[in-house]
Design a protein around this ligand. Structure first.
Ligand code: ZN
Length: 119
């Protein structure tokens, strides 16, 4: 049986991966499927997924699945990283705009303040 599939190389912490190897450029890599190194390619996840879909016989299906998951994670919307102090800074600007409004008839700053929400 020939085993000439390409595997997906990912950067790892060597202590967690018994089959990790050291790359020439530095850093440790392992195959995403956890098997002993055969023919691993360090493509970005997107490229590995695209290539494995075109030639499923040539690419390790476990590695392809791992690359798919990594790709989905990359594309997932980023969580809101605003901290409370970021939000406070926004609120403070709104308050300042309200307090420095030229006239109480100008209710745009007040409206903005009313629309502010913590989350
Ligand atoms: Zn693999």
């Amino acid at each position: 049986m020939t085993n000439r599939k390409y595997h997906w190389a990912i950067q790892v912490v060597p202590s967690m991966h018994p089959h990790a190897w050291r790359a020439h450029a530095g850093g440790y890599y392992a195959q995403a499927c956890g098997r002993r190194k055969k023919s691993a390619v360090g493509y970005p996840a997107e490229r590995f997924v695209a290539k494995s879909q075109r030639n499923p016989d040539w690419y390790c299906s476990d590695c392809a699945r791992a690359a798919c998951l990594a790709l989905a994670k990359e594309r997932a919307p980023k969580p809101d990283t605003h901290t409370d102090s970021d939000r406070y800074a926004v609120l403070r600007k709104l308050v300042e705009a309200y307090q420095s409004a030229k006239s109480y008839d100008d209710d745009v700053p007040l409206q903005a303040l009313r629309d502010w929400s913590h989350r």
